[in-house]
Design a binder for this molecule. Sequence first.
Ligand SMILES: [Zn+2]
Length: 397
Amino acid sequence: MPVPIVNFIKDLFLPELKFVKLMSSPQKRQRIYLMEKVSDFEVCPKCATKAHTIYDHVIVTIRDTPLRNKNIILKIRKRRFLCKSCKKVFREPVQGIFKGFRTTQRYRHHVMWNCTQFSNLKRVATVTGCSEWLVYKCHYEQLELETRKLQSEWPTTVGIDEHSFQRKYGRKEFVTVFVDYNNRKVREVILGRAPADILESERILKIRSRERVKNVVIDLSSGFKLAAATLFPNAIITADKFHVIKLIFPAIMKYKKEVVSNTRNRAFKRLLLKNGHKLKFHESQVLRAVLHFFPTLKDLYTAKEAIHSLYRCKGYNNAKRSFTKFTDWLAYSKIPELQTLRRTLIKWREEILNYFKTRITNARTEGFNRKAKLIQRNAYGFKNFDNYRLKILYSCR
Ligand SMILES: [Zn+2]
C-alpha cells in the first residue's frame, strides 16, 4: 500500500499554495519557505468580475504553525491583478489567511490551543515566541469563534443563578448565569441581575424557542421569578430546595450566641445546621440536652427540622398538606424570625411545592458558579465582561 505522502504535504502547506524553495539553512530553528499561489484568474473584490492581467508582484511574510519545534515563516509571492472593468489593482487572497493579517488562521488556533494548556497567557507568550498582545488577541478571537459553534436553542430545563463579578464604584456588580440542564452546560451569561437587565439583554432575546422551556429552577429571588415568568411563559418555576432550608440559618446563628459565644467553635454550629435525620445517636442526645434550656433556639431548630421533613414527603398532595400544617404552626409562634419565615414561605408556596412535581434543584447551576469563581481567581479577576463570558462559555460547555 502506498504511503499517503501526498496528503501529508497537503496538510503541511496551505491548500492553495505551491512550494517554491527553502530560504533558510536547515540547521536553524526557523524555516522560511517561499510560496506561490497558482490560479488562472482572480475575482475582483470590488466589482466581482474575473481579472486575468497581472499588474506586479509583492512578497508578504506570514507566520504559520510550528512544525517539529521549528518556527515556520511563509514568504508568499503574491500577484497583484488589474481589474479591467473598474481599473483597480488588487492583491490575490489566500485561503486560510485573513486580509491584513500577518499570521495564518491555523497559527492563531495553535496559540489558542496553547492557551488552554497553560494557566497564564504570559507562559504561552514565552513558549510560542510571540508577543503577549498577540496571545491575548488570538485567545479571545478564537474563543469567540469556538463559542459561536456552541449556539443552540433553549433547552427544556433551565437553571438561573447569580454571582458577583467585580467591584465598580464601590459596589458589587453581579452576573446572571443560565444553565442548560439537558446538555449540562452554561447556555448564556449576562451582566446584571435585575429583571430589566435580563429581559432587555439582546443575548437572551436572540436565543430561539423560548416557549420550549418546561422547567425553570431559581433561588428565592423575586427578580428572577419575575424575569423567568415573563421570559418563559410555558415554564413551571421551582424554588431551589437548599435555599428554602437556608432561610432560617441566620436566625439560628443569632440565637446560637446565647449558648456558645465563641464564633470559632464550629462543633455546635455543625450540630445545629446538619439535617437532624443524619445525626448520630450521641450527637442528637447532646443537642436535645442543650436545647432543653434554650426554648427560643429549640423552636427555631424544630422549624428547621420541619422543613427537612417537608422535603422528605412523598407526592405533591402530601407535601401540600404538610406545608399548610407547618405554616399554621408557625402562626402561633412569638419569635419574629419565625413570623418572617412564615411570610416568605407563603409568598413562595407555589414554587416550593413545584419541587414535588419536577424534583429538580439548582445544584448544577451552583456547581457552574463554583467553576466561574475559579476562573475569576485563576485570572486574578477580569476587567472586561465579554472576555469573562467567553471564558465561562468555553470552559463550561
Ligand atoms: Zn473590479
